[in-house]
Design a protein around this ligand. Sequence first.
Ligand code: CO
Length: 208
Amino acid sequence: MNKLPQLFANNRRWASSIEKTDPDFFKTLARQQKPDYLWIGCSDSRVPANEIVGLMPGELFVHRNVANLVVHTDMNCLSVIQYAVEVLNVKHIMVCGHYGCGGIIAATEDKTHGLIDNWLRHIRDVRSIHLDELKGLGDKPTMLNRLCELNVIRQVSNVCQTTIVQDAWARKRPLAVHGWIYGIEDGLLRNLDVCVAGRRDFKRVFGG
Ligand code: CO
């Protein structure tokens, strides 16, 4: 059986390098986690949450799935949001998409991909809503990039509409939801300027 020894070797090197700068790092962390942020991102291996924002273990609570979707009935994602908001008291939730997202590309293709098409259906819905804008963009790469952004914006709206975030705002808890997009070609984050920090903010950004 292949026990992937190189990964265990990497792990020992990583753990000892951290302990070299802070001998109590893991002991302290084992007692509790106090992250200020919840990251909702894509599963894509090129978008590693902690590394991108330079945060250490214990500083970022993470949920990742294909195309960083927040589906209203996804108990996995909702449970993560609930734990992050109500137990860990995170102050910020960032939905972070990325350009070149395979999920976004697959959702726009005229072929089937099996089971995952049911998941990607949510992206097709986003595309339907914004079809006029997307058609007006002309070339396909520009259209795909914009759909990656529109998908993030939609998921920010979905996070804001969860009972969890609505309840937190009703209790006057400081909690902001952000929409970001990451460039796999340059390693840089861009802010999509849809930050929402309360119910009034939500109306201003999303209307309704
Ligand atoms: Co992706």
